[in-house]
Structure formats: structure tokens, C-alpha cells
Design a protein around this ligand. Structure first.
Ligand SMILES: [Zn+2]
Length: 390
């Protein structure tokens, strides 16, 4: 009897000490599309949502395929096209050649049908997605399992009914200044925007949603509430990312999907750095416009320039070009391309050419748990940071 009791005790102890089943995570791959956009979301039950497909050509397609391979994803449950711009839907055909997609989500017909290339793509998209397409409006949910994927913006309409616990006045609206958006490509504010909620963890992706409609969404009351992780809207360019949006959402962490020369402007950084509760900025790319003054510390940046380009930035004082958005970066002498096209590609992060570098690139991976904690990893240097549940 004694021995049996001891055995029972041992068994109980062993059971108590056995590692618990690993908690299921909500995984996200933020991909470097050189200033375009593609983000892969994998729900805790293994369902998949890809938002956008980057630009046309092998570069972005190969990077998307690399992420799908890493995640063990062979088919997509949903492909969300935020809007019909080439840096978001350019990889549509290439993706469909290689990956079965079960359902397509979008905001409806582009309002740029007067542009022949848009009208042509729209017809192709409509034909390709027939029978598998859902046009969404704010308040709709993408019927994935394991988490909630709520549409908060679509076709320039915004969520009006506050989510549980949200709907409070947004103090950041007091200083909102409307912009003249007559010269902004009009499909941007039509972007499908999604709020993902997994237990206590919340993250938002608004595509290229623009400044003035941010006010429609967030003012005077904020129907969304706060988020843990915010994908810096519109690649971090200054047509989006108002304090009304960012300070209203109060993200703990932001990931900016800027390109080398797209996004990462001073205004965007200033709004982020002054956002209450923001702990870190992660970037898919070093941003020329931000220079050394604004870019996040290197360990938070997934893709950096080749040494010659970086040296050029570091050794030259801030130039007049800094902070003005896409365009020549600071300290770049006229006629001297900052990323010599002749330089051989050196794998990820190297071999800059024109508006971006070719070949593979590093991604930023996020894994979130239902308790609200999450971990962000930069695959260039394996720098990982965990954010405890609050
Ligand atoms: Zn874009």
C-alpha cells in the first residue's frame, strides 16, 4: 500500500510538472514589399488570411511564398484586397497561380474606373473571383475560426456602432485639421480595414485609409477602442496616420511597412513618438526620409541598406529633403544614387536597386496569445521582444 501511495504521489507530481500544452497563438507575418503591402494572418485554429499581394513581379511574390512556406501554409482561406492599387494587388495573378484561395474579400468596385489600367484589372478581378467573392461593409465579420476579424472601414464607410467598452470621446480629435485630399488617389480611403481580436489581443490594419476619413472613423467618439498592435497606415506616409487615429487607438507597438524611400517621414514618426502608451516602433525597412534622427534603433528594423548607402546617410548632415516624404533622401549628392545599381546583390538586405532591393527580404513576425501578451521578432537579427499582458 505504501508503495502504491508513493507511486500515486509520484504520478501526481509528474503530471503536475508536465509541460502544459503550448498555448495556441495568433501569428502574423509582416512582409517587406518595399513600400507596398502584404501581411499574412494565421488564426489560432490555423485558418489563413492574406491581406494584399504587394507589387507585380517576382520580388514581392517570392517573398510572400517564402512566408507561406515558413508558416506551412499551402492554401489561403481568405485573400483580402484592401483597394486596387498596384502596390497592393500587383501580385494577385502570381499568387493565384501558386496558391489556392478559397474566398476573396474587397470593398467593391474601384472608384478609379476612368483609369484604363484600373478598369482592366477590375474586370479581370471580377471574373476571377466570381462565386468566391464577398464585398464587405463596416460591421461585417470575416467568418474565420479562432478569432474575430471585424471590418471597420470599407468603401469610405466606417464603423459607427461602438464595440463593447469603446465609444468614448476621443481627446485627440480636438486638434484635428482636415486636409485637401483632392490630389490623393481616390481608392485609398476606400481601403478595407480590419480589426483582429484574439482574446485580449487586438490589432488593426487599415490599408491606405487616409487622413480625412480617419476623422470619420475616430471622431468625436472612438468606436474601436485601443489596440495592442497598429500597422502604420499607408506605409507611414503623411497622407494618413493623424493623431486622431493613432493617439485614439493608443497602440503599444506599431509596425511600419515603409519602403526605403516611401513613408517614414518626420510627421509620421512625431505622431508615433508622442502617442500615449507607445512602447516601440518596428519597421520593415530603414526609411531614408527619417534619417538617423527618426528611424527606430537598428534592431527593430527588418531590412537595412547596403553599407555604402548607410555610410552616406551617417556621414552627411541632415538635408533639406529630410521629413518631406518620398523623394531624394538627406545627404545624397545630386547624380550620386544612394544605392549603386552596380553593386552585386548580397542576399537579404543587400544589393539595393532603384526604389528597393531585389531578392529575399526579412519579415517581422508577431505571435500573440489570448491573454493579450505578444512577441515580436525581427528575422534579420533574431531580435525578439515580448510584451507582457496588461
Ligand atoms: Zn499603398
Amino acid at each position: 500500500m505504501k508503495n502504491l501511495a508513493l507511486l500515486a504521489l509520484l504520478a501526481t507530481t509528474a503530471f503536475a510538472q508536465a509541460p502544459a500544452t503550448p498555448a495556441k497563438t495568433f501569428d502574423m507575418y509582416f512582409l517587406d514589399m518595399e513600400g507596398g503591402h502584404a501581411t499574412l494572418y494565421i488564426t489560432p485554429t490555423g485558418q489563413t488570411i492574406l491581406i494584399d499581394t504587394g507589387s507585380a513581379g517576382d520580388r514581392d511574390h517570392d517573398r510572400i511564398m517564402a512566408a507561406l512556406k515558413d508558416a506551412g501554409v499551402k492554401e489561403l482561406d481568405y485573400l483580402v484586397s484592401t483597394h486596387y492599387h498596384s502596390d497592393h494587388i500587383g501580385g494577385f495573378d502570381a499568387l493565384l497561380k501558386d496558391v489556392p484561395v478559397k474566398h476573396f474579400i474587397d470593398h467593391g468596385t474601384s472608384i478609379e474606373m476612368d483609369r484604363p489600367v484600373v478598369a482592366q484589372f477590375q474586370k479581370h478581378y471580377d471574373d476571377t473571383t466570381t462565386g468566391k467573392r464577398t464585398i464587405v461593409k463596416p460591421g461585417d465579420k470575416i467568418p474565420v475560426t479562432g478569432l474575430t476579424a471585424l471590418v471597420v472601414t470599407s468603401h469610405s464607410k466606417v464603423l459607427k456602432t461602438p464595440l463593447p467598452g469603446a465609444g468614448k470621446p476621443n481627446a485627440a480629435c480636438a486638434t484635428f485639421e482636415p486636409r485637401d485630399e483632392s490630389r490623393i488617389d481616390p481608392d485609398n480611403p476606400n481601403s478595407v480595414g480590419l480589426l483582429f481580436t484574439y482574446g485580449k489581443f487586438r490589432t488593426i490594419n487599415l490599408g491606405d485609409f487616409t487622413w480625412n476619413v480617419e476623422k470619420d472613423l475616430m471622431c468625436p467618439n472612438n468606436p474601436v477602442g485601443t489596440v495592442d498592435l497598429y500597422l502604420t497606415s499607408h506605409h507611414g506616409i503623411d497622407q494618413s496616420g493623424s493623431p486622431a487615429l493613432v493617439h485614439g487607438l493608443r497602440p503599444r507597438v506599431t509596425i511600419m511597412h515603409n519602403g526605403q524611400r516611401k513613408g517614414g517621414v518626420a510627421q509620421t514618426y512625431n505622431t508615433l513618438y508622442s502617442s500615449p502608451g507607445l512602447e516601440d516602433i518596428w519597421q520593415l525597412h530603414w526609411a531614408f526620409a527619417g534619417g538617423t534622427e527618426y528611424n527606430a534603433p537598428g534592431r527593430f528594423i527588418a531590412n537595412v541598406e547596403e553599407p555604402a548607402a548607410l555610410a552616406n546617410i551617417l556621414l552627411n548632415p541632415p538635408g533639406a529633403g529630410r521629413g518631406r516624404g518620398p523623394g531624394p533622401g538627406p545627404g545624397v549628392a545630386a547624380g550620386a544614387p544612394p544605392t549603386p545599381g552596380a553593386a552585386p546583390a548580397r542576399g537579404p538586405g543587400g544589393g539595393g536597386r532603384g526604389a528597393g532591393h531585389d531578392g529575399p527580404a526579412f519579415w517581422i513576425k508577431v505571435s500573440a496569445k489570448a491573454d493579450g501578451s505578444f512577441t515580436v521578432t525581427n528575422t534579420r537579427n533574431q531580435f525578439t521582444k515580448s510584451y507582457a499582458a496588461k
